[in-house]
Structure formats: structure tokens, C-alpha cells
Design a protein around this ligand. Structure first.
Ligand code: C2E
Ligand code: MG
Ligand code: MG
Length: 475
């Protein structure tokens, strides 16, 4: 019989280790008309924004403590097992939330069929269950596999026959603070679900800075920051120079985010979080606006430098993007040639019809386009150059070792040879020392970017000369 505690929450314990050993539940093919285990304490998924034990925590903590004490009393081990339905979203989308609730309940019940002492702590209608398990130390290592085995098989409801993908996260309870262990068990299963649905993982104390949790909190922080962007966000500008004259021919605007707790956030992390959350649209617009505002200030003082702005494929998929660029240019009273959009992650853009439409609209507007990180991805050069672009930035990985590796130099030479046949301007990025710069001169490379020629700095630290094309000599 399920035990219902004072808070009205259900807690079940099987006594399988004392009774006859329970057999793993056979794959269920019988129709299950209604949830067999009523949903109790909901386990929030990460996008619910909860990272602590939910409201009913006190009861949960008491239950966990009882399990820990029991394990100690019997000289056994206790483990928190979080189970998540890896294909929960698909089940809910296709078959409905009710079917997902039923599937979860059936799985939770199957967990009770384990040949260990299982205390079912919570079942979430969103596709998760949490149990505290007491077992012999010898059985610990195989516990996760045992959970998957006992849960395996179709779940047949009156409406559907579903194959649930069962993901398992485990967190040892011996000597652990229950609150923290609960949080860690939940994090482990969420992370496993995200990276490898259907996997089994133990909590890894090394991975304490949990990527999903960090991404989640960064998403919230970025959303807040975008309400007052100038407090934490800024742009750094890195020059692109003519290798022969040292003149600055363009500057690249690079996002900087100084987080009040974490300090500087790597732009690649910020962009990844923004892309995953849709915040890339307001963020990209903010970057574009600030970069053009700066360009406008330079142009008004006769420093006619082209500003490069990085743009993500997610932005280019929006049908409103080209019009937003046109508006921003007109707002800052700049001709389209003042702007060059660098297409990052170009591999993702090949064959994408929405992206191509936006690129064509941008070209029609007169905005220049460039491929970034050329040579870093997997796509063929021919496919990449099929994109309507004016410039190509050769990735720094092709440059990093040219001063001491003949093979790397051969590769760079081959890539440059191929680009020679295309009607594009070539910029080589990541030039870090004079030896590399000297080699690039012998290869007739004209435009370069890299720490050796100027690091990304705030606009006021960049010395652009006056007149047409900006000055500023190398070294
Ligand atoms: P990217 O567009 O390829 O920018 C060049 C990156 O290489 C910058 O890193 C720059 O600081 C770094 N770098 C420049 N010269 C050297 C060098 O000589 N050696 C080495 N090791 N690195 C060099 P950062 O600022 O960390 O930006 C990383 C990436 O984040 C950028 O790569 C770009 O893809 C993305 N990103 C930055 N800002 C934005 C933005 O506003 N929007 C979008 N969509 N992406 C952005
Ligand atoms: Mg770039
Ligand atoms: Mg690049």
C-alpha cells in the first residue's frame, strides 16, 4: 500500500529484498487506462527555472533522511535515482500531456519492481520520477542499468503504444546532505537527458559547474541585462590591417559581457545561450546598433572605416532581419558599404533557404557579406563559396603553426591558392607574431587580423587616422 504522509504526498517502499526477489517487470503490453501512481511532488525541469528543492522540500528531505538512516542501520548503501523520460517532449507534443503522465506513472511503478528497497519520492507529470534506493554495496555499480532494465519496454495506454526513452541519473546518499544530494541527482538526470537521452550517469563532482545550470542562469541574466544593455554589455573593436602599409582597412566589433558575478563571459558562451533562447535577436540588434553608432561617429570625423559585425545563422533565418539592418543603417545615416556582416557557423547556412533569402536581401541593400572562420568547419570550399559573399576570413587554426610546421604552411598555401580563383577578398585572421606576418607577406596576403596587429579594444583606444581609409601603422 502506498504510504501517504502528513502533507498528502505519496511515498512507497517495496520490500522486495525481504520478500521473494522481484522479477523485472516484463515489457508492458496490457492497456493502462489511467495513471497507476498519482502524480505527487512535481519535479521541475530546468526550463521551469527551479534549481532548488521545490516547495514540498521539507517532506522530501525528511523522507530522504529516513532512507539514509535505514541504510546506515542495516549497513547498506543508499542512492538517489532520478529517472527522466528522454522523449517526453515528443510524447507530449504528439500524443498529449495526459499520455506522458500515464507513461511516467507506469515507469515509476516499474521502478518499484527493482530487486532493492525502493522509496518512490516523487513523480512528475512532466516525465520524471525520483526514488531513494537502499541496496547492498555490491549492487551499487549496476544500479543504473538495473533501473533501465526494469523500466524497459513499451507502455500501452488506451490511446497509444509508446516506447519511452529512459534516462537515469544517480547520486550516492551516504553521508550527503539531503538537500544538496537531491539537487545533484536532478541536475545529473537533466544533464544526461540533454546530452545523451537514454543514458545512465552518476553525479560527477568534477563537473560541479554544471553546463546546463550555468546556461540556464546565464539565459536569465542575459534577458535581464538586455533590459539595461549598456550596464554590462559593450563592444571591443579589433583592426583588420593592410599588411604592406599597416593601414587599418576595417574593424571587427566583438561582443563583451562583463557579468557582475562571473566576470567576463566568453562571447562564444554568450552567443550560444542567446541562440538557444531566442535572445540572439535583441542581442544582435543591440550589437548592430552600437557598432553602427560607432561607425557613424568615425564617418562623421572622416574616418571611413568599414565595421564588421558578426551575425548568427539564427538571426539570418528571421525574415525581418534584412529590413532591421536597413533601418539601423538609415538611423545612423550610413551607406550600406559601411557595414560588413560576418557569417559565423557558415556550415549551417549552406542549403538553408531562409538564410539565402536574407543574404540576397542584404546584398540587394548593398551590405557586404563575409565568411568567417573559413577552413575551420567541414563543408567543402566550393559549397561555402556558393554563398553570396564578398570576403572570406581564413580561420586562425590554419595560421597558428605556419611558422614552425611546413605541413601547416603547405595547407595554408593550398587554401589560399583555391581562394585565389574565387572573386572574394581574403583576410587572414589570428596572426600572433612577426614570423607569421613575414610568411604571409611572402604569400602575397594583403589583409590580416590578429593579436600581433592589434587586440580587440574599446573604440576610444583604437587609433584611426583621418582621411579616406584609416591609418595606424603596424608595430
Ligand atoms: P570571430 O568572429 O572569429 O572573432 C575573432 C576571435 O578571435 C575573437 O574572439 C578575437 O578576440 C580572437 N582573436 C583575434 N585575434 C586573435 C589572435 O591573434 N589569436 C587568437 N588566439 N585569437 C584572436 P572573441 O572576441 O572571443 O569572439 C569569439 C567569437 O564569438 C567570434 O569569433 C564570433 O564568432 C563570436 N562573436 C563575438 N561577438 C559576436 C557578436 O556580436 N555576434 C555574434 N553572432 N557572434 C559574435
Ligand atoms: Mg568574426
Ligand atoms: Mg573568425
Amino acid at each position: 500500500m502506498p504510504h501517504v504522509d502528513a502533507w498528502g504526498h505519496q511515498m512507497e517502499a517495496n520490500r522486495a529484498h525481504r520478500a521473494a526477489p522481484a522479477q523485472p517487470a516484463p515489457p508492458s503490453t496490457a492497456a493502462v487506462p489511467a495513471p497507476a501512481v498519482a502524480p505527487v511532488v512535481p519535479l521541475p525541469r530546468p526550463h521551469d527555472g527551479a534549481v532548488t528543492v521545490p516547495g514540498h522540500g521539507r517532506t522530501l528531505l525528511r523522507q530522504v533522511r529516513r532512507v539514509q538512516e535505514e541504510a546506515v542501520r542495516h549497513n547498506r548503501t543508499s542512492v538517489l535515482v532520478a529517472m527522466s523520460v528522454g522523449n517526453a517532449t515528443e510524447i507530449a507534443d504528439v500524443l498529449g500531456a495526459e499520455v506522458l503522465g500515464t507513461v511516467t506513472s507506469v515507469l515509476a511503478q516499474r521502478m518499484l519492481g527493482l530487486a532493492h528497497e525502493v522509496h518512490l519520492l516523487a513523480v512528475s507529470p512532466l516525465g520524471g520520477a525520483l526514488a531513494a534506493i537502499v541496496c547492498d554495496r555490491a549492487d551499487r555499480a549496476t544500479l543504473g542499468d538495473a533501473v533501465q532494465e526494469v523500466c524497459a519496454g513499451f507502455v500501452t495506454t488506451t490511446h497509444a503504444r509508446v516506447w519511452p526513452v529512459v534516462t537515469v541519473g544517480l547520486r550516492g546518499l551516504d553521508g550527503q546532505a539531503p538537500e544538496r544530494a537531491l539537487e545533484e541527482a536532478r541536475r545529473t538526470v537533466f544533464d544526461t537527458d540533454r546530452r545523451s537521452p537514454g543514458g545512465v550517469r552518476w553525479f560527477d563532482p568534477e563537473g560541479a559547474e554544471h553546463p546546463a545550470a550555468r546556461a540556464l542562469s546565464l539565459t536569465g541574466d542575459l534577458a535581464e541585462t538586455l533590459g539595461r544593455p549598456d550596464e554590462q554589455l559593450s563592444l571591443a573593436y579589433q583592426p583588420v590591417r593592410d599588411l604592406r602599409t599597416g593601414r587599418i582597412t576595417a574593424v571587427e566589433a566583438l561582443l563583451r559581457w562583463r557579468h557582475p558575478v562571473h566576470g567576463p563571459v566568453a562571447p562564444t558562451d554568450a552567443i550560444a545561450v542567446a541562440e538557444a533562447s531566442g535572445l540572439i535577436h535583441p542581442l544582435g540588434q543591440w550589437v548592430l546598433d552600437r557598432a553602427l553608432r560607432q561607425a557613424s561617429a568615425w564617418w562623421r570625423s572622416h574616418r571611413y572605416v568599414t565595421v564588421h559585425v558578426n551575425v548568427s545563422p539564427v538571426e539570418l533565418r528571421s525574415s525581418a532581419y534584412a529590413a532591421a539592418v536597413a533601418r539601423a543603417l538609415s538611423l545612423h545615416d550610413l551607406p550600406p558599404t559601411a557595414l560588413l556582416l560576418e557569417l559565423t557557423e557558415t556550415d549551417l547556412m549552406i542549403g538553408d533557404r531562409e538564410v539565402r533569402r536574407t543574404l540576397e536581401d542584404l546584398r540587394a541593400l548593398g551590405v557586404r557579406l563575409g565568411i568567417d572562420d573559413f577552413g575551420a568547419g567541414w563543408s567543402s570550399i566550393g559549397q561555402l563559396l556558393d554563398l553570396p559573399v564578398d570576403t572570406v576570413k581564413v580561420d586562425r587554426s590554419l595560421v597558428a603553426r605556419i611558422d614552425h610546421s611546413p605541413a601547416d604552411l603547405d595547407l595554408l598555401r593550398a587554401v589560399l591558392g583555391l581562394l585565389e580563383t574565387a572573386p572574394v577578398e581574403v583576410v587572414v585572421e589570428g596572426v600572433e607574431n612577426e614570423a607569421q606576418a613575414a610568411i604571409l607577406r611572402t604569400l602575397s596576403v594583403r589583409l590580416v587580423q590578429g593579436y600581433h596587429l592589434g587586440r580587440p579594444v574599446p573604440a576610444h583606444e583604437l587609433s584611426l587616422g583621418g582621411g579616406s581609409g584609416a591609418a595606424g601603422r603596424v608595430g
